[in-house]
Design a protein around this ligand. Structure first.
Ligand code: HQG
Length: 186
């Protein structure tokens, strides 16, 4: 993870494909696809070197498999994590009984005490993980990590729809506080 030679360009591509295509002067279609040639041209125009071979390596070696090509590699999109309104054709999937959400201890007051639950914030979905350790890592991005256990089985029973992204991230529109329990963090 720490020695990814493509980290900088990969971060920029994440920004472009999830949040701000205009940063590379491009547009996404309604399914979140960017034209590969346009993306390469646009990234180069920002002063970052990128060619097709490198882009393929970025996609192949990405630690979280964040990006996907279409079949003939003429289009590329982010598998999840968007803040712009796109439909990446997420697959509705029955969740396991338990999922985890990594956050920071400083957010627990509003999530649990104020009973706001988990909100997607600027993204389209709340991101959950089947793996506790991954949730700890996600939480660390925001500060002192806290991990919430999500009663996904009960949520599904109650009619909440879950999606599993191509790269294994569980997504749901919201998680009301009653389905949450702190298992790490104050
Ligand atoms: C928090 C990374 C206060 C929420 C990761 C989180 C993930 C609340 C933050 C993906 C709240 C939003 C997404 C409430 C939620 N009050 N805080 N009511 N409800 N929050 O970055 O889940 O590396 O948008 O707990 O691996 O941290 O980019 O979401 O702390 O899968 O591919 O508001 O990003 O993937 O932060 O991360 P984010 P996230 P990548």
């Amino acid at each position: 993870m720490g020695n990814d030679p493509y980290k900088n360009v990969s971060k920029f591509i994440s920004l472009v494909l999830r949040h701000n295509p205009g940063a590379a002067g491009i547009r996404l279609d309604k399914h979140g696809w960017a034209d590969v040639k346009e993306l390469i041209r646009g990234v180069n125009e920002t002063g970052r070197a990128l060619d097709m071979e490198t882009l393929k390596e970025v996609v192949r070696t990405n630690d979280k498999k964040r990006f996907a090509f279409n079949e003939d590699c003429t289009k590329i999109r982010a598998n999840q994590g968007h803040s712009i309104q796109v439909d990446v054709e997420l697959v509705e999937t029955d969740p396991p009984d338990v999922l985890y959400h990594g956050t920071a201890t400083r957010f627990l007051g509003s999530i649990l005490n104020k009973r706001e639950g988990l909100r997607p914030g600027s993204r389209l979905y709340v991101h959950l993980s089947g793996d506790y350790q991954m949730a700890v890592k996600v939480g660390q991005r925001h500060g002192v990590p806290a991990v919430l256990k999500v009663d996904a089985g009960q949520m599904a029973w109650d009619g909440y729809v879950f999606y599993l992204s191509e790269n294994g991230v569980w997504l749901v529109k919201e998680v009301p506080a009653k389905y949450l329990e702190t298992i790490k963090g104050a």
